[in-house]
Design a protein around this ligand. Structure first.
Ligand code: SF4
Ligand code: SF4
Length: 166
């Protein structure tokens, strides 16, 4: 991810946190079907690759409201909860977020929970590495819809970026 895309994610909507990937496995047949071509001449469908897009910043609104799990529900370490809460400004956005540029002012030193990386998703949310892209994209979409709306140019930009990544 280029440095200019200076924001990262802390976004696990309740709906994602409760999704089946935490507790159940999909049937083998379904998995085989997902990974194979459908019919003669059909193209194998590639999964979009997650990427952060410039001019977004939706995940830097840290006070996310009742539709999202609280830090206490996500982090087991109270010091991490405290660190997270200390970053919330009076308007609910991260104190390190620069609204005029929509960038993170501490990008290279941002906390681990801001990093959209397979290891972080696995340790925080139990997302297996092979599901990282899918879940990271879903988290971004949920955050962007929440902040900018379902018909926003930010959502359009994000969807285009991940579509073009395949
Ligand atoms: S919501 Fe996703 S695309 Fe938007 S700033 Fe956060 S990580 Fe980047
Ligand atoms: S430290 Fe703040 S501004 Fe930077 S990525 Fe994390 S939430 Fe966003």
């Amino acid at each position: 991810m280029p440095q200019s895309m200076a924001v990262a994610c802390f976004t696990v909507p309740s709906s994602a946190a409760k999704r089946p990937w935490r507790t159940s496995k999909k049937p083998k047949l379904e998995k085989r079907q997902r990974n194979s071509s459908v019919g003669f001449g059909a193209e194998r469908r590639k999964e979009p690759l997650w990427q952060c897009v410039e001019g977004c910043g939706a995940c830097c609104k840290l006070d996310k409201g009742p539709a999202f799990p609280t830090p206490e529900e996500i982090f087991t370490d109270p010091s991490v909860v405290e660190m997270y809460r200390n970053q919330i400004g009076p308007d609910g956005w991260c104190i390190h977020y620069e609204k005029n540029t929509r960038k993170c002012s501490i990008y290279s030193d941002r906390p681990f929970f801001c990093r959209v990386e397979p290891e972080v998703f696995q340790s925080l949310y139990g997302v297996k590495k092979n599901k990282f892209n899918k879940e990271a994209c879903r988290c971004c979409r949920d955050a962007i819809k929440d902040i900018y709306g379902s018909n926003s140019k930010e959502l359009e930009n994000f969807n285009r970026a991940i579509r073009d990544s395949t």
